[in-house]
Structures are given as structure tokens and as C-alpha cells.
Design a protein around this ligand. Structure first.
Ligand code: SAM
Length: 269
């Protein structure tokens, strides 16, 4: 089941206001230029901010997300008519051959079990042209970023055009590593409605991710930093190698270089 923040229409409609600073996407756009990608599959595209930005730059984009309410928001954006929107997850993709697959906004941490995580990796590998790239970010568990996910540090008051005042904050609800759970609360001042969204994320180590990529025939070329959150994120750049599922890929060492990317979270990026 998809978290309410993405799937509940009233919350999906304010997602972009809650997470209004999308400078995290700059680094992805820079990588698309750096690697000269002309076609992109965005897994977990959400409200489609990256997909529409890329479509506006002439990139052929497919965005997939299981949250219909988020896709409704995406479809209203400039250049949305140039994007192929798919409702579902990576297992329901049509045959694709793209230069780059992206998972922005820490989408990767939402895949909780090993099989949940293996599935989008296999799908990404299958969708990539030979030597195409999968790029995505995750938080570095060593930074224990969840310690900031509390009401005191995350409370905000937003004035949203057409919606009115919204009070929002995040409470950490459970830490049972590698799993971290939290609740986002939204109070709509116009009618007093209180909506909540519960989430659980998995914090995988860098080595675990390198190994999971290797098993999907994706070779780590680079592990970068998020330029707006230095020292807090791993940004993986992995190349499609061998024939999918043939086991011929071999993992690179993955070196940390900077600068690289970010992402919506609990009040603080
Ligand atoms: C934190 S949001 C990030 C959205 C978008 N990438 C961005 O940067 O704004 C996580 C997204 O992952 C999507 N998601 C959840 N489960 C998924 C799955 N199994 N496959 C693909 N996307 C999924 C959610 O619906 C949500 O839109």
C-alpha cells in the first residue's frame, strides 16, 4: 500500500508545496547532461516534477508510480503531455530501452524487503540499453538523520494558494534498524481537517546496495554526494552490464566523490 502522502488526493495535491525546494533535482539534470542521456525512465515519479522538467528539455521520458493521486498532479504540469505516464510499479512496465533510469527523492528506501528492492533493480536493468545508467540516492544510515524527525525540528506553517494555511510536522514513531518509521501530520486550517501519513523506510548500507546492484547486473561506477546535503546521502551511479539475469556483471568498488544529489522527507532534507 502506498503512503497517504502520495496516494491520498488532498495530501498529494499539496506534496509540491510541502516539498517546494527541488534543488535536489539539479544534480540529476546535471547527470543527464553529463552522460548525454536522451531517454529516461523515472521510477516512483510521484508528482512528476523531474519528468516534466526533462520533457521540457526535449528528453523522452516515461514516469511510473503506483499513486494515482500523485500522477493526477503530475499530469497538470507544464510539458506533462510529452511524458508517458504509467500507473503501477516497475514490475508492470512495457518493454523499454532507455539511456537512464532515475529514482529521486529517496524512492529506493521505500522498498523494504530484499525482494521488494530486487524487483525495481531487475526492471531498471531490463529497461536500460547496454551501458545505460541507473542513478538514485539513499540516506547514509551512519548519519542517523531520523534523529531530526521530530515535531520540534520539523514543524512548519505553510500558506498554500487555493488551499489556505496548513500546519505540518513529523514524528518519529519507531526505529528498529534497518527500518525507521515516522508519521507526517497535516492540519488544514480552512476546515480543521487533520490528515496523517505513516511511512517506513529501510536504511541500507553502501555495501549492501553495491551487492544488490551487482546481483541485478548493475555495476557501480560511482557513489557521489548530494550537493545540497553533503555527507548525508549516497548517490549511486550504476551501469547496465552483461545480459540481464545472466550473472555476468561484476561490481565495481564504488568510490565516493563529490559533489553529486538529494531529497521529501520528514521536515528536513
Ligand atoms: C518520496 S516520493 C518521491 C517522488 C519523486 N521521485 C520525487 O522526487 O518527488 C516516493 C514515491 O515512490 C512511489 N512508490 C511507492 N511504492 C512504489 C513502487 N513499488 N514502485 C514505484 N514507485 C513507488 C510513491 O508513490 C512516491 O511517489
Amino acid at each position: 500500500m502506498v503512503d497517504a502522502i502520495f496516494s491520498e488526493r488532498r495530501l498529494a495535491n499539496i506534496y509540491d508545496d510541502v516539498d517546494s525546494d527541488r534543488s535536489d533535482l539539479d544534480a540529476y539534470i546535471a547527470m543527464i547532461d553529463e552522460f548525454n542521456a536522451r531517454s529516461v525512465l523515472d521510477i516512483g515519479c510521484g508528482t512528476g516534477t523531474l519528468a516534466c522538467l526533462l520533457a521540457g528539455r526535449g528528453i523522452e521520458v516515461t514516469g511510473v508510480d503506483p499513486a494515482a493521486a500523485s500522477l493526477e498532479v503530475a499530469r497538470r504540469k507544464p510539458y506533462a503531455d510529452r511524458v508517458q505516464w504509467l500507473a503501477g510499479d516497475a514490475t508492470t512496465l512495457p518493454p523499454l530501452q532507455v539511456d537512464m533510469v532515475t529514482m529521486t527523492g529517496n524512492v529506493a528506501q521505500g522498498f523494504l524487503t530484499d525482494e521488494d528492492w530486487a524487483s525495481p533493480l531487475r526492471a531498471a536493468r531490463a529497461a536500460l540499453k547496454s551501458a545505460g545508467l541507473l542513478v538514485f540516492e539513499v540516506r547514509d544510515p551512519a548519519r542517523e538523520g531520523w534523529r531530526e524527525w521530530n515535531r520540534e525540528q520539523s514543524s512548519r506553517h505553510l500558506e498554500i494558494p487555493g488551499v489556505g494555511g496548513v500546519e505540518t510536522w513529523t514524528d518519529l514513531t519507531d526505529v528498529h534498524l534497518p527500518f525507521v518509521s515516522f508519521r507526517m501530520t497535516f492540519v488544514f486550517e480552512t476546515d480543521g481537517a487533520v490528515l496523517t501519513s505513516d511511512s517506513m523506510l529501510r536504511f541500507r548500507s553502501r555495501d549492501e546496495i553495491v551487492e544488490s546492484l551487482r546481483r541485478a547486473d548493475l555495476i557501480v561506477k560511482d557513489v557521489r554526494e548530494a550537493p545540497d546535503r553533503p555527507g548525508r546521502e549516497f548517490v549511486f551511479v550504476a551501469e547496465a552490464a552483461g545480459t540481464p539475469q545472466d550473472g555476468s556483471g561484476s561490481a565495481g568498488n564504488g568510490r565516493v566523490v563529490g559533489p553529486g544529489l538529494p531529497k521529501l522527507q520528514p521536515g528536513a532534507k
